[in-house]
Design a protein around this ligand. Structure first.
Ligand SMILES: CC(C)(COP(=O)(O)OP(=O)(O)OC[C@H]1O[C@@H](n2cnc3c(N)ncnc32)[C@H](O)[C@@H]1OP(=O)(O)O)[C@@H](O)C(=O)NCCC(=O)NCCS
Length: 221
């Protein structure tokens, strides 16, 4: 095992077994993953990209991309991230990657903190993508469950997401995990500039039933 792998073990790290028996690893995102995330994103189908378009994966947007990419990098450094969480939470990304047995990235999920909540913890927004050839195999559901635990362990108490209204799978999975629909809103795709309808959805993580496997969480760093 390389030194890089040992470093990854200090963060969130769990195994996922899919219905077809494949064993995958879900772990905290590290600097070494930046390139593979971009490579995975560029290999996605146009359909998948049309539902998942975070700015840090859109190099064509230059300045916004550079800023968000820098925040992703800074958020990987634990003391910088902890400092930013105190003084400027909106700059913090918390991300996870899923690797197959060949160490290839097959899924990615992230949170970006939005604000500190009045009572305790943070509100965050997030996004998730599963590589096309891994979709429909149960990975999306597992990933969303584990990332809720990851969020809770990092002080996030409310998740807000905007799901394309025609993204039946994601709307279905979100509702399965107790996300509540707030309403239909208009959003703009940063890449194409086009408006689309999205369901704004919220998940309160301070209800015990909304973090499926919280007790098993192993968070460190
Ligand atoms: C959305 C996404 C993350 C889901 O991941 P996945 O691995 O395909 O999801 P799963 O296999 O765990 O689950 C898919 C669910 O959708 C259901 N589903 C699939 N097609 C459906 C359809 N046409 N109508 C209703 N439900 C459908 C499946 O039955 C399954 O639900 P179940 O667990 O209750 O049986 C993945 O498809 C993806 O990355 N899509 C592109 C990017 C994207 O949309 N990201 C979300 C942005 S908010």
């Amino acid at each position: 095992m390389t030194r890089d792998h040992e470093r990854h073990q200090t963060g969130f790290r769990r195994n996922i077994r899919l219905r077809d028996g494949s064993l995958l690893l879900i772990r905290s995102f590290s600097l070494n993953d930046l390139f593979s995330i971009h490579r995975m994103y560029s290999s996605l189908s146009a359909e998948s990209k049309s539902s998942f378009h975070p700015i840090f994966l859109q190099p064509k947007l230059r300045l916004s991309w550079l800023l968000d990419e820098t925040l992703q990098v800074l958020s990987c450094v634990s003391f910088v991230r902890n400092l930013l969480m105190k003084i400027f939470p909106r700059a913090v990304y918390l991300s996870l990657v899923v690797l197959n047995s060949q160490q290839k990235t097959v899924a990615f999920t992230y949170y970006k903190l939005r604000k500190r909540l009045a009572g305790n913890g943070f509100e965050a927004e997030g996004g998730t993508v599963v590589k096309d050839d891994y979709q429909g195999r149960g990975l999306g559901l597992e990933l969303l469950r584990h990332r809720a635990d990851f969020a809770y362990a990092n002080g996030i108490r409310r998740l807000r997401s905007w799901v394309h209204a025609d993204n039946i799978k994601m709307v279905h999975l979100s509702q399965k995990l107790n996300y509540q629909k707030v309403g239909l809103v208009q959003r703009r795709n940063p890449q194409t500039g086009k408006l689309y309808s999205a369901w704004e959805m919220i998940l309160q993580l301070d209800c015990p039933e909304n973090t499926a496997v919280k007790k098993e969480a192993t968070i460190g760093e």
